[in-house]
Design a protein around this ligand. Structure first.
Ligand SMILES: [Zn+2]
Length: 331
């Protein structure tokens, strides 16, 4: 009876705070928390940010300074999600420099019904401010549902190229210089590496660049591109095909494909003056010759322009305009 009365009174009296967890559960939680904290210290994850326009994809940025405030489990879960989306076979990446060849290739791919993802690689070279302005104008002129927004990839080269003419502006190859004079060390590998990885991370299986048949450099050969593809596949476990739709074409044939495109919005110069083509550099000579080769008026507003009957024009520009020799034809 006594026990019943005590129990009865105990029910009516003030309640003791309920024990949610016993000591073993508390110890377990403490150990789990400790393990999570140790993982954060020993192996701090990179911050993974959602791509706003591509659900399910992430990009890595600097280490998250607020990592201590982030729920470990949620963060850990994000890092284990795949960083790729479903493949988009109809989309083709394109390295766009703003020059005649890559701009014409953009128009050509769009005419072919492809969805194009253009890339501009910003290396800090001397002409890029003028070039980029023209890239934006050309893209605006060709805007449509199958032309994706330009992706700009930063790849500063000042620490690598030093006082090279492409950065210093001193000793820029002139009108009469050979094509080999405008070689930029490692140019194609540098342009490709970030764009190809971008494609790999976004499910784009093909990346195009506008290399022509006459490109004289070792990093524009079929062997180079095959090796680059193999390297990328080995490093990432997936394939991005590097394609060169103009790889068998001469400049003149590419220019024929460009008829009807707003080529006045393209940019070729490596020594621009006040945003204009200089009219005095190797690339300006190539540009003048390209329009001359198809008998088209050159719409480019040059800062200075050679007259067609000047010795340099006759000797250099006109030589570039000769149609390619057919096999069996004497030189
Ligand atoms: Zn120029």
């Amino acid at each position: 009876m006594v026990g019943w009365v005590e129990g009865h009174h105990a029910k009516r009296g003030p309640r003791a705070p309920p024990k949610l967890l016993d000591y073993r559960q508390r110890l377990g939680l403490f150990l789990v928390g400790l393990a999570a904290m140790l993982r954060m210290v020993l192996d701090p994850p990179y911050q993974l940010c959602k791509q706003p326009d591509r659900p399910g994809t992430y990009y890595t940025s600097a280490r998250n300074p607020l990592k201590w405030l982030v729920l470990y489990q949620g963060f850990h879960g994000a890092s284990e999600r795949p960083m790729t989306v479903e493949p988009s076979p109809s989309t083709i990446g394109l390295l766009l420099s703003g020059g005649l060849d890559s701009s014409i290739l953009l128009g050509h791919l769009l005419r072919d019904g492809r969805r194009v993802q253009p890339f501009y690689v910003r290396c800090g070279l001397r002409w890029e401010t003028s070039e980029r302005r023209q890239v934006d104008q050309f893209l605006h002129a060709l805007a449509g549902p199958r032309l994706a927004e330009l992706v700009v990839l930063d790849l500063p080269l000042a620490d690598l190229y030093g006082d090279h003419w492409s950065l210093s502006g001193r000793g820029v190859p002139g009108l009469a210089s050979p094509d080999t004079a405008v070689y930029l060390p490692g140019r194609n590998a540098l342009l490709l590496v970030k764009a190809a990885l971008w494609c790999r991370l976004h499910g784009i299986e093909e990346l195009a660049l506008a290399v022509l048949a006459a490109n004289p450099f070792a990093d524009a050969t079929p062997e180079f591109f095959a090796a680059f593809e193999a390297l990328l596949r080995r490093g990432t476990g997936g394939r991005v095909r590097i394609s060169r739709p103009f790889g068998r074409l001469a400049k003149r044939e590419v220019m024929e494909l460009g008829r009807g495109l707003p080529l006045e919005l393209t940019f070729s110069c490596i020594a621009p003056r006040d945003g204009l083509h200089c009219g005095q550099c190797n690339k300006c000579a190539e540009r003048m010759a390209a329009f001359a080769a198809i008998g088209a008026d050159d719409p480019t507003p040059y800062a200075t322009r050679l007259k067609g009957d000047s010795p340099i024009f006759a000797g250099t520009i006109a030589a570039r305009c000769r149609p390619p020799r057919k096999s069996g034809q004497s030189p």
